[in-house]
Design a binder for this molecule. Sequence first.
Ligand SMILES: [Zn+2]
Length: 247
Amino acid sequence: MILRKLADAIREQNWFTVIVEIFIVVIGIFLGLQVTEWNESRKDGALEQKYLTRLHSEIEDLIQAGHNASGNLGIGVITNELSRYERLQEVGQFLIGEDTAKPMEQRHCRALYRSHIYFSDTVPMPTIDEMLSTGRILLIGDDELRTKIIRFSQAGMESSLLMDNIRNDRLLLSRIHPELIQLKANDAAGSDAFCDFEAMRGKRSFINDFADNLGRYRAYSELILKPQLSRQQTLHERLDTALNLVH
Ligand SMILES: [Zn+2]
């Protein structure tokens, strides 16, 4: 219709009408583009909220799992592993004969025979992986939050590499020193393990092997677990702010 009117106006050399018709066409195109853009940005905003909500619930689950024991064969998670490091440090103080050393208990024996076990590895974050692989990470409008999410993923990969080094050639103390650490064949949780702490003090090879595992556990605790907890906490707080959540 407009095009026919425009053609007629050009034929009749009615330049005023030509200009008005062209103006109407341009305004129409402009408004159409604006509506499409507004619609796209509305959809992007809704998708961004969806991703942030999903990520928030993943992080919440992760934090909860990190602080609660799983109950499976007494296998704990992050906080349990951090406390195992504390027990190992106490064993170390006992072995060097420090005056303030705590008396050795069953929990120390348990920490000793499990000193080569690392349960809490880097955890999968499906929402972050999906955002990164599809490029939808760009939907996150807040630059700081977007950087934090990317950094969270990178830190996980770095931790994974470090974890490989820590696990490499770790020592199974109960296998190398069966005369000092004895396990019962029917005791899967190691609750009845026996440790000859006094004899350990006088055995140089055991002390060397113990110090090796203690060093690995220190790296695991200080360079993997604690930073992991702190990253989870920071990202959770940032997500709470973005989603206007108060816990
Ligand atoms: Zn929250």
